[in-house]
Design a protein around this ligand. Structure first.
Ligand code: ADP
Ligand code: MG
Ligand code: ZN
Length: 483
């Protein structure tokens, strides 16, 4: 019998925090808007001898928000440590991080596993650290830009609880949504503001051993995360199948070739010679402060989904679509509050025409400027059948281009829907006599041609014909030709 395998995945997620200043100095953390390299720097973030780090309160607050959102316990007493290693992007020769006492630990996140069943992933720890500088590799040399050095970075480490690529994707997607809900990270993976590392091992299905793992560094998109993980799982299975052992190592992902590549043997904690950071006192958080941060927590995606399901009678999937982004959920609720249409109708419009627009234009929902009043008006005009769904697309397109009042656009473009059977009947007769071949096909049994003819009716009537009335009349006219 052939052995089947299951994958074991643990994720480490690095998220830059959205603070004004850096983790240990007052330099701007907004490095992507720096006019030039090495502008937002000082003795602290360039590691000059004798410079003293000072903690960023906002970063601690954001770390606590994340810890609470991931159901962690916040460690009122936590400490910073030096993680020693040499690299040109690390001017001090060590990174200030947290080691044995992180700011938050032992939380969990409920996700959907590879069979779409709910599953709980344990979050081992959430800790604060600082980002490194950025290297630009030229042909024979590299340039270093310290603007990013010292930007607050949060690391979220899961237990190896995920059993497949879909589970890992579900976990990563949910963490990203939560960070965006909290406003602590933009989730912009292309810019490296959020990055994933996947730790992967495989074992015979049903076994509970933890086998040797590899770690894939710097995955900068969901696509890279899923492709690299899937590749690595297959690679490890092949290693075992051929009677060999997986070697613990750090891998990179070669996006172009679609393969993982060895970067170095995996270092262990002792290689970093962690020791307590002597320049920072231990952090003693006041319970009252933690409680006041807790009070600021927004309604998070899961809670919002459940509320939408019970309040609007959505299917779970429909609700989850709207709550995937806080801005989208807010947009929905705002339109709903101004509209006379049912929640389902508004959901359909957002999932249809509106999502198509967002996808095609690449506009972020956060940047949509159309007023929800006018969107509510537009949707209401289709609900009360003033205009057809097709005309609504035209009006929406016009609103996007020139703004404006939907009722006005409907009037100007003469889009008021016609249920007047005479007008529609006339158009149908003309179409049927202009297209004898298609009528022939229908009479020969090709029922699908009705759809094509409906398209012609919509065109001839400029989308103004009530589609239900038009369909009825069209079918009747065709049936008559059978006789
Ligand atoms: P460290 O990085 O300090 O060595 P660990 O090795 O315990 O810490 O874990 C780092 C990450 O690797 C965690 O996300 C953890 O869930 C994951 N991990 C640990 N062991 C395995 C394993 N056998 N298979 C897959 N992932 C693992
Ligand atoms: Mg690691
Ligand atoms: Zn600085």
């Amino acid at each position: 019998m052939k052995l089947t395998y299951e994958s074991v995945i643990g994720l480490e997620i690095h998220a830059e925090l959205q603070t004004n200043s850096k983790m240990f100095c007052s330099c701007s953390a907004d490095y992507s808007n720096a006019p030039e390299p090495n502008m937002f720097i000082c003795p602290v973030c360039t590691g000059l001898p004798g410079a003293m780090p000072v903690l960023n309160k906002k970063a601690i607050e954001q770390a606590i928000l994340v810890g609470l959102s991931l159901n962690c316990s916040i460690n009122e007493f936590n400490t910073f440590a030096r993680k020693n290693y040499f690299y040109p992007d690390l001017p001090k020769g060590y990174q200030i991080s947290q080691y044995d006492l992180p700011i938050a630990s032992k939380g969990f996140l409920d996700i959907l596993d590879d069979t779409d069943s709910p599953q709980r992933v344990v979050v081992r720890r959430v800790h604060l650290e600082e980002d490194t500088a950025k290297l630009a590799h030229e042909k024979n040399y590299a340039l270093v830009d310290f603007n990013r050095a010292g930007v607050p970075l949060l690391e979220i480490v899961s237990e190896p609880d995920m059993r497949g690529v879909e589970a890992a994707l579900s976990y990563a997607t949910k963490i990203r949504a939560i960070l965006r809900y909290l406003g602590v990270n933009s989730g912009d993976m292309e810019k490296g503001i959020l990055r994933f590392e996947a730790n992967i091992s495989v074992r015979p299905s049903g076994s509970s051993e933890l086998r040797t793992r590899t770690e894939i560094k710097n995955l900068n998109s969901f696509r890279a995360l899923t492709r690299a993980s899937a590749y690595e799982i297959e690679r490890q299975i092949k290693v075992y199948e051929s009677g060999n052992e997986v070697v613990q190592e750090t891998l990179g992902w070669d996006e172009a070739r679609g393969v993982t590549v060895s970067q170095r043997g995996k270092e262990d904690a002792h290689d970093y010679r962690y020791f307590p950071e002597p320049d920072l006192p231990p952090l003693q958080l006041e319970r009252a402060w933690i409680d006041s941060i807790k009070a600021q927590l927004p309604e998070l995606p899961d809670a919002k989904t459940q509320r939408f399901v019970s309040q609007f009678e959505f299917k779970e999937k429909e609700a989850r679509f709207l709550t995937s982004e806080k801005a989208l959920a807010d947009f929905f609720e705002s339109v709903l509050s101004k509209s006379k249409s049912p929640a389902k109708t508004i959901h359909s419009w957002i999932a249809g025409d509106f999502s198509r627009y967002l996808n095609d234009s690449g506009v972020d929902i956060k940047d949509v400027t159309l007023s929800t009043d006018s969107i509510a008006q537009l949707i209401d005009m289709t609900t009360d059948k003033t205009i057809s769904g097709n005309s609504a697309k035209i009006v929406f397109g016009e609103m996007l281009k020139h703004g404006g009042d939907p009722a006005q656009i409907v009037k100007e473009k003469n889009l008021v829907q016609v249920s007047d059977t005479g007008f529609i009947q006339e158009a149908i007769e003309k179409i049927l006599s202009d297209n004898p071949k298609e009528v022939e096909q229908f009479l020969a049994g090709k029922e699908t041609i009705v759809q094509w003819l409906m398209g012609q009716v919509a065109r001839a009537t400029k989308g103004k014909a009530d589609p239900n009335v038009a369909k009825e009349l069209l079918v009747k006219a065709l049936e008559e030709r059978k006789k």
